[in-house]
Design a protein around this ligand. Structure first.
Ligand code: ATR
Length: 278
């Protein structure tokens, strides 16, 4: 490994289409930081040995994506409180004592995007998260900090949503339910945290959860509208947004953990939008 330039990267499987090298490359240029950021496509059975080897050879930090976020939480020597809550890690950083720190910046990324980029105030609002898998795990606690009137987690498999809500109920007004229990009126913010988009599908939730002024937010992103965004717009939503902002904001949080400075996110978001619409 080149000793002069500090090594970072993203580890996942598959990971070839990740935007993270582009994002962190822009952050590094913007801040004048010298670093290398690479893709690491690693199978689950090789994850632990690969990460330990990366750090033992001088690597400084890794972003962790599907399917390794839980394994990364198990591997870390120390977890931040938010990663401990999420039981999932998307950022690993080597510390001065050579212990590996695990953090989760997904929730902070979503909150930054909602609050700072989209000017959404969640306090006193009705918020619906659709899905109770890995993507939901990292964001429930940071959303509850913003004191919504109610945070409902709805999942195709209702049982998972109930378990989830029970795990977080000490933090605020959170409740789990199945899709068939979503008849009780519209929500101010509806967040799609399912992996349905990856299969070109839309979760089977009733259109009555949407009112024209609802914000519909898809944590997934793609060139053009995701299936969830198309469905939201067809169902009368005037403001449907995909998760480019969350992607860039969670990356900025990781960059800050590694390099001690938070880069500006707006120019990177603009560059990404341009690339994604090209
Ligand atoms: P990951 O860790 O990648 O998020 P996961 O833990 O399996 O994967 O979570 C995927 C989430 O998307 C789950 O909430 C899943 O619902 P189930 O728990 O009922 O499986 C949800 N999901 C995936 N495809 C879906 C679809 N077509 N409709 C609705 N929900 C879907």
């Amino acid at each position: 490994m080149n000793a002069q330039v500090e090594q970072y990267g993203v580890i996942g499987h598959p990971v070839a289409h990740s935007w993270s090298p582009f994002i962190h490359g822009m952050f590094a240029r913007q801040t004048g930081e010298q670093l290398v950021y690479r893709l690491h496509d690693v199978l689950p059975e090789n994850f632990r040995a690969y990460v330990l080897d990366f750090f033992s050879r001088g690597g400084r930090g890794l972003n962790v994506t599907v399917p390794h976020k839980v394994a990364a939480a198990e591997l870390a020597n120390q977890l931040t409180p938010r990663a401990e809550r999420a039981v999932a890690v998307n950022t690993l950083a080597i510390q001065r004592d050579n212990r590996i720190l695990g953090d989760n910046t997904d929730g902070a990324g979503l909150v930054h995007d909602l609050r700072d980029n989209l000017s959404v105030n969640l306090a006193g609002r009705r918020v619906l998260i659709v899905g109770a898998g890995g993507a939901t795990r990292g964001v429930v606690a940071p959303l509850l900090v913003l004191r919504p009137a109610e945070l409902v987690i709805a999942n195709r498999t209702a049982e998972r949503a109930h378990t989830f809500a029970a795990d977080f109920k000490d933090l605020g007004a959170v409740r789990g339910c199945g899709f068939d229990e979503l008849g009780g009126g519209a929500y101010d913010v509806i967040i799609n945290a399912t992996s349905a988009s990856l299969a070109g599908e839309v979760p089977a939730i009733p259109a009555s959860v949407i009112k024209s002024e609802s914000l519909c937010y898809d944590m997934a992103y793609s060139k053009g509208d995701t299936p969830f965004l198309k469905w939201a717009k067809e169902s009368g939503c005037a403001r449907a947004v995909q998760g480019w902002g969350m992607l860039v904001e969670q990356a900025a949080e990781s960059f800050q953990i590694w390099r001690g400075m938070r880069p500006q996110t707006r120019p990177v978001m603009e560059a990404l939008r341009e690339r994604a619409s090209a």
